[in-house]
Ligand binder design. Structure first.
Ligand code: GLY
Ligand code: MN
Ligand code: MN
Length: 462
């Protein structure tokens, strides 16, 4: 936990944004894995954590904007809990660490909600993402399950996004810790990417590094020589010489801040000519995009800057053709990069995505595109000092997509399909870094993780 002033300050900032009613933050409860007593590793809700900091399952927080009061609801351990889980501080002692004086057993939460409703006050809550939370909100608010999501408070969502998207120094320090763990994960992955190794051996080893040095991974590891599948969680291939292996993985710190890094390496440790050519294009796109980051620039423009670098590079490689501006306008690059350049990152690896991507990545000045590929851009709006985001361009040769676009006669002015056919066995490449937007530009967070061809080969052969 951070010091208590951090949580007091965060709640005070929220009180400046919202004038009336109460905000209800339900923490998470334990979730069963395969039977009730065998549970998933507990992960607290990120918003409850942000304002109340407590890692205990079955807690809730309330902020009363009209009376400037904060509450924590939760149950003290009874003797059975103590026998199985050990002695725990009392709820009042825990709440004190977050600067909250008012505490009560969990069952009293229903009363404060009922009272607020009786007095005609608005009960603000954020979009739930677990079934248990929907049911609990439905019970507490006396509404049907189906009415819970439509009833969320857009006022609270907007306020939370405004606060959380600007990272404080102590949050940036946590994210850098998470990137430093990712450094160990990725350099280990590079060294292990040798022919004959099963992907699972590497995925398991690097997940262990996260657990050993911080917390669990920040999302299920993506690791495959079939990198053309963007989120490939299958790890059963035996690595073969001539393939590229994508590793997209990050760690969570004890304070639940994430990293999200991708590196792509040639199995065996030496890029062949074809691999080096495509790799360099992705690297150029990654670095050009990072260079362009500064406050006031729309991230969508940086996305298209990266797309331009990819089009130019693929033209040089004979894979694309035609006028670059026209190709960009037609979004012909989406055959090779059918995803967005990046997203905000914080306590959630896709920060606050559960609140609704359009609230987090877009605003009244920047509306989300609906076109293929570009619609997946999670962050399009203007950047502000203090934001943390990912830059993750890629080039993928997805056989089914190539077949479909070719059959539809799509982008025939811009794509040399005959040449593309010869890349169907290539796989994919993605290079992803975590970036802080500073007053004057950007800072790549954490210990630099090898990414030039020479750096990657050096690590793999060390
Ligand atoms: N780790 C998934 C992503 O890069 O967004
Ligand atoms: Mn990633
Ligand atoms: Mn990412």
């Amino acid at each position: 936990m951070f010091k208590k002033e951090v949580y007091v300050e965060r709640r005070n900032r929220l009180k400046k944004e919202i004038k009336s009613g109460i905000a209800l933050f339900l923490g998470n409860v334990d979730a069963a894995f395969n039977y009730p007593a065998n549970q998933y590793h507990f992960r607290q809700d990120s918003h409850f954590l942000y304002f109340f900091g407590l890692q205990n399952p079955g807690f809730a927080g309330v902020i009363d904007f009209d009376n400037d009061k904060d509450y924590v609801f939760g149950n003290d351990f009874d003797i059975d809990d103590i026998i199985w889980m050990g002695v725990q501080p009392k709820v009042s002692d825990l709440a004190a660490k977050a600067g909250v004086e008012n505490t009560a057993p969990y069952k009293e939460l229903a009363q404060i909600i009922a009272k607020a409703k009786y007095e005609g006050k608005k009960v603000h809550y954020l979009p739930p993402y677990r079934g248990e939370t929907i049911i609990e909100l439905s019970n507490l608010l006396g509404i049907a399950n189906a009415d819970v999501k439509p009833g969320v408070s857009v006022e609270l969502i907007s306020a939370v996004v405004k606060l959380k998207e600007i990272k404080d120094d102590y949050e940036i320090a946590e994210i850098e810790k998470a990137v430093d763990i990712a450094y160990e994960m990725h350099t280990t992955s590079m060294k292990m990417a040798m022919p004959g190794t099963v992907e699972q051996e590497i995925a398991g080893t690097i997940e262990g590094i996260s657990l050993a040095k911080g917390g669990p991974v920040s999302f299920p590891i993506i690791l495959s020589q079939d990198g053309q599948t963007l989120h490939n969680h299958n790890h059963d291939n035996v690595l073969e010489l001539g393939r590229m292996m994508v590793t997209d993985g990050g760690a969570e710190t004890h304070e639940n801040y994430a990293s999200d890094i991708t590196r792509t390496v040639p199995v065996g440790g030496k890029f062949n000519e074809r691999q080096a050519e495509i790799y360099q294009i992705v690297l150029d796109a990654n670095m050009a995009a990072i260079e362009a980051i500064k406050p006031g620039v729309k991230y969508r423009d940086i996305h298209f800057l990266a797309a331009r670098v990819i089009i130019e590079g693929l033209k040089k490689a004979g894979i694309m053709k035609g006028d670059t501006d026209e190709a960009l306008k037609a979004e012909a690059h989406t055959l090779f990069m059918p995803h967005g350049l990046g997203h905000q990152m914080g306590m959630d690896v896709h920060d606050m995505e559960g609140l609704g991507e359009d609230y987090v990545g877009y605003d009244e000045n920047t509306k989300r595109a609906t076109t293929f590929g570009t619609a997946y851009l999670r962050l399009g709006k203007e950047l502000k000092t203090g934001m943390v985001l990912t830059v993750e361009p890629g080039i993928y040769f997805i056989p089914d997509l190539i077949d479909q676009f070719k059959a539809e006669g799509k982008f025939t002015d811009f794509v040399n399909y005959d040449k593309v056919e010869t890349y169907k066995d290539f796989g994919g490449i993605r290079i992803e870094d975590d970036i802080l937007v500073t007053e004057t530009g950007y800072r790549v967070l954490g210990k630099p993780i090898p990414k030039t061809i020479a750096e990657v080969e050096a690590v793999m052969n060390s």
